[in-house]
Design a protein around this ligand. Structure first.
Ligand SMILES: NC(=O)c1ccc[n+]([C@@H]2O[C@H](COP(=O)([O-])OP(=O)(O)OC[C@H]3O[C@@H](n4cnc5c(N)ncnc54)[C@H](O)[C@@H]3O)[C@@H](O)[C@H]2O)c1
Length: 283
């Protein structure tokens, strides 16, 4: 989508963190903004901030795991500004810990939001996006956790590898109609992800808290969500597929790709894989 001015963007999980960073950058570029989020007070504040910034913005309270609600909101968001051109499937949560200590509720919650939420966004908005062809674009938020497996992050890794896979498939599916696709794979970003259990529904609460979310200190030193938003805007304008915002992860990805490639030549290198796991334990 070369000319984004006057286009409408829907951003799930748009009230906070990376989603709000995108919203703010898109608003400055003259786009209309539709924020979807599960946290009403933060959503209200985010919409107000965007309007104060001079943007046309609306917010809808919705849980991305609720298929019927997502279908209704897709209709409402089309009506808000007449059309939807950009969809950012961005809402995400994390429950961390070693696999043998994670509960089924941990898996259901993380896969429900991070994976099914993306599926629901696609099913709800694809007919409208396809109508706009090359004037439409989809950005799915994965993570470096969608490119590299890391200790204590199994549900998160599973969801994010799936989002990368869905995005690759989608790009191929949509090539003919011209709708662009990007997958965002950031490293550490200064957001509220470590307190994502604030939005965990009662029926998926865990009984015994284990490692759980951190205290916010890990992400505090991360990248500015506005800088991530800027990279996403450029990817939408140039139809760039992978958005890799954190070069410090490049060597880990190279190491993983090297081990994978070697395996195809019958040269699987167990030492490379072991070294890779050891390095990633620190994240
Ligand atoms: N912060 C990082 O370091 C980092 C790194 C890589 C990827 N990501 C990804 O970025 C995305 C955004 O996360 P963030 O870091 O900005 O965290 P955040 O907690 O600041 O923002 C996430 C937003 O999603 C909303 N949300 C949560 N569950 C929802 C649901 N069921 N339905 C609708 N909205 C829901 C929250 O209310 C919140 O506004 C996530 O997909 C996350 O996995 C974050």
């Amino acid at each position: 989508v070369k000319n984004v001015e006057g286009k409408t963007a829907v951003i799930t999980g748009g009230a906070s963190g990376i989603g709000f960073g995108m919203a703010s950058v898109f608003a400055d570029a003259g786009m209309n903004i539709v924020l979807l989020d599960i946290e009403q007070s933060v959503l209200d504040g985010a919409v107000k901030t965007l309007k104060d910034q001079g943007a046309k913005a609306v917010g809808y309270l919705v849980d991305v795991t609720n298929r019927a609600a997502m279908a209704d909101i897709a209709e409402a968001s089309k009506a808000a500004f007449g059309e939807v051109n950009i969809l950012c499937n961005n809402a995400g949560v994390n429950a961390a810990g070693p696999i043998d200590q994670l509960t089924y509720e941990d898996w259901d919650w993380v896969l429900g939001v991070n994976l099914n939420g993306v599926v629901n966004g696609l099913v709800s908005y694809l007919p409208e996006l396809k109508r706009h062809g090359a004037d439409a674009h989809i950005v799915n938020t994965a993570s470096v956790g969608g490119l590299l497996g890391m200790a204590n992050l199994a549900p998160y890794n599973a969801s994010k590898f799936a989002v990368v896979g869905i995005s690759e498939s989608l790009r191929a599916d949509l090539a003919e109609v011209g709708v662009g696709v990007s997958v965002l794979c950031p490293g550490i970003v200064r957001t509220n992800l470590e307190s994502s259990s604030r939005n965990r529904p009662m029926h998926l609460k865990k009984t015994g808290e284990i490692a759980g979310p951190g205290d916010g200190s890990t992400l505090a030193a991360g990248a500015d969500p506005l800088d991530i938003g800027q990279e996403v805007l450029e990817a939408i304008q140039t139809n760039k597929f992978f958005i890799c915002t954190h070069p410090e992860f490049k060597d880990f990805v190279r190491q993983r790709n090297g081990a994978l490639e070697a395996a195809f030549h019958g040269n699987a290198d167990p030492e490379a894989v072991t070294a890779m796991s050891a390095i990633l334990k620190s994240f």
